[in-house]
Design a protein around this ligand. Sequence first.
Ligand SMILES: Nc1ncnc2c1ncn2[C@@H]1O[C@H](COP(=O)(O)OP(=O)(O)OP(=O)(O)O)[C@@H](O)[C@H]1O
Ligand SMILES: [Mg+2]
Length: 238
Amino acid sequence: MTTPLIEARKAGRILRGEITTTLVTDISLSVMPGEFVSITGPSGSGKSSLLYLLGLLDIPTEGEVLVGGEATRALDENHRADLRLAMLGFVFQFHFLLPEFSALDNVLLPMRALGRMKDAQMRNRATDLLTTLGLADHLWKRPDQLSGGQRQRVAIARALANQPSVILADEPTGNLDTVASAQVVSILRRIVDEEKKAVVIVTHDPGLAAKADRQIQIIDGRIASDGLSANQPATVAS
Ligand SMILES: Nc1ncnc2c1ncn2[C@@H]1O[C@H](COP(=O)(O)OP(=O)(O)OP(=O)(O)O)[C@@H](O)[C@H]1O
Ligand SMILES: [Mg+2]
């Protein structure tokens, strides 16, 4: 049996203070190689919280999250960071590129952090990735010299830098016009189809959700539905 790239077992994050806040709870799901999964749901329903748990950016307070079959809840932060760097790539609504660095240097950063390649190899890979994403003429530009869509493509190149098994994206097209959004979606689609990676994407955009093979809907911090797109209508709220 194939090991899921990411698996949540009754995972949740509940903040217990004077007031108890349930961000997400009772989340059980597996993400397999070659899956393109969308997460939809109303604002405040827990989509980002879920993505942070799946991406080891947050620690579950209940249940467990496994990455590549490895249980992560009890790992120390260094170990979690290593798993993130090697297995997961992130794309957010706002690109979070370093403003003073060129596109190329932004893509080099995660490779340098992982430290598995020689400098020349890293540069070749970064150049290839940016070229594939249509940015061959923009390698040396800083983020403020690029359009929103170009910046988001640099962010995708950065997310792909270490050849992660899973790309986790939180509203990656939320800030883009229709043409740039379509481009980002087709890039993500290609990553799934050609490289058998998995993509998990949080989106408010019904058109984008419909492009996924599997749609998970979150309501009030819980999975309300989880199914193949062909078998159910696009259930996208607000
Ligand atoms: N650090 C925190 N402390 C307290 N409450 C939080 C915290 N982070 C998120 N929340 C709350 O948890 C709930 C889920 O938030 P989350 O950001 O996951 O929602 P979302 O579905 O991503 O919403 P949106 O579509 O607006 O981005 C919200 O009610 C939010 O206010
Ligand atoms: Mg969110």
